[in-house]
Design a binder for this molecule. Structure first.
Ligand code: SF4
Length: 392
């Protein structure tokens, strides 16, 4: 690995909420102190970041540019009013894995975590690395104060393929093991199926949910794949090294960026939705209709995807008890069968309005479950907490 040391004037960066994919994530600020990533994933969108240093993007896996004064700069920033009062989540490295091998030598991630902990700043970490094991002591201390969320990136379960497309990243089984260990130590964990891969993710979805549940993760997030055409060729070559007869182009859409074609992407989303219901594990994706949790940091509330429609329904009939049949009449037949099956489950198990009791919803199960929204429901809380779960 070539190490290049540089300095920076600022480290924390506010993410524009409107930028996809960030509008689906709970964090509103990021920091990056390593550029380049040894894991060298062939689908990685971050290779372009080398260009900021006039280095060829293809050098991303062999070169790491290190902001040597990152810790000092962060200390200063956290003392400034804007960041001192900043209430949102700071996401570690969205342009590299902050637990790539160089962390073993430099320990920047550890030092920065300590700094955030001292300043009581909540943060999120997305990694593929087992090196995070070294910091479990600190992470569990942070977890006690609800200051950290750790997500493991797992795109499929085919370890032969993984060796080719994520050549230097730890194997999937090791990632699940570390997830389990973290959950057992009280750290809030999740799985990012990010990016969803053609064919291989769909094949693995059920097992990812099953194993995630066994490891105690709190939710699963699914994100799409986006690549420039030259990057897609590198990815395709890595897939065909292992599976020469599979033509992944059949599952892709070739626009300005190469991504999964919409039908295949929705096949994966819908299967994830069914698995979310099957394993009772919250699921978030870029489509709110198939999203089964509120993605609020530190408290991932399982909810049915059409919750807003149901609340509108209760508002319409406020003060009166309503049965499931009334709701189905109100909704009409516009959704797929799976929605009604899962709706039935949520309604009759009294889970439909879990975690939003603050709206003053009463239930009664005299001859079938029925709900009522009392007249004095807290509309403002409905708008801020439920309608805008991503706003911090
Ligand atoms: S681990 Fe993440 S940042 Fe590193 S190469 Fe893979 S996708 Fe890119």
């Amino acid at each position: 690995m070539n190490e290049i040391y540089t300095t920076c004037k600022s480290l924390l960066y506010k993410v524009k909420q409107s930028v996809v994919p960030f509008k689906f994530y709970p964090h509103r600020a990021t920091l990056n102190y390593y550029t380049g990533c040894k894991f060298g994933c062939k689908y990685c969108y971050a290779w372009f970041s080398m260009k900021n240093y006039n280095i060829d993007s293809k050098c991303f896996p062999e070169t790491c540019i290190i902001k040597s004064n990152a810790v000092e700069v962060l200390k200063e920033e956290l003392n400034k009013k804007t960041w001192h009062n900043y209430p949102g989540i700071i996401q570690f490295g969205n342009l590299q894995d902050v637990y790539q091998p160089i962390e073993n030598k430099l320990k920047f991630t550890r030092t920065i975590l300590e700094l955030l902990y001292q300043n009581q700043k909540p943060c999120g970490i997305l990694t593929k690395s087992t090196l995070i094991n070294n910091d479990i002591d600190l992470l569990s201390e942070m977890a006690k104060k609800n200051l950290v969320q750790v997500d493991m990136s797992i795109a499929c379960l085919d370890e032969k393929l993984q060796k080719s497309i994520e050549p230097h990243a730890p194997v999937y089984s090791a990632r699940f093991k570390i997830l389990k260990k973290m959950s057992e130590r009280g750290i809030s964990t999740g799985i990012f199926i990010d990016p969803a891969l053609p064919i291989f993710t769909l094949d693995a979805i059920d097992d990812i949910f099953k194993m995630g549940k066994e490891c105690g993760v709190k939710y699963i997030f699914l994100g799409g794949i986006h690549m420039r055409y030259w990057k897609y060729k590198i990815f395709q070559e890595a897939v065909n090294k292992v599976y020469p007869n599979i033509n992944i182009s059949n599952y892709m859409d070739f626009k300005q960026q190469v991504c999964l074609n919409i039908n295949h992407y929705y096949e994966i989303i819908k299967k994830s939705f069914s698995c979310s219901i099957k394993y009772q594990l919250p699921f978030a994706s870029t489509d709110p209709q198939y999203t089964t949790c509120n993605f609020n940091f530190g408290s991932f509330h399982f909810r049915h995807p059409l919750i807003y429609d149901y609340l509108d329904f209760l508002i319409k009939y406020r003060g009166k008890y309503v049965h499931l049949e009334d709701l189905i009449l109100y909704l009409g037949a516009r959704y797929e069968k799976t929605f009604y099956t899962s709706l039935d489950w949520f309604w009759n198990n009294k889970k439909l309005f879990d975690n939003i009791q603050f709206l003053n919803i009463n239930s009664d199960d005299d001859r079938g479950v029925k709900y009522r929204l009392n007249d004095d429901y807290k509309l403002n809380e409905y708008i801020t907490k439920i309608k805008s779960p991503f706003k911090l």
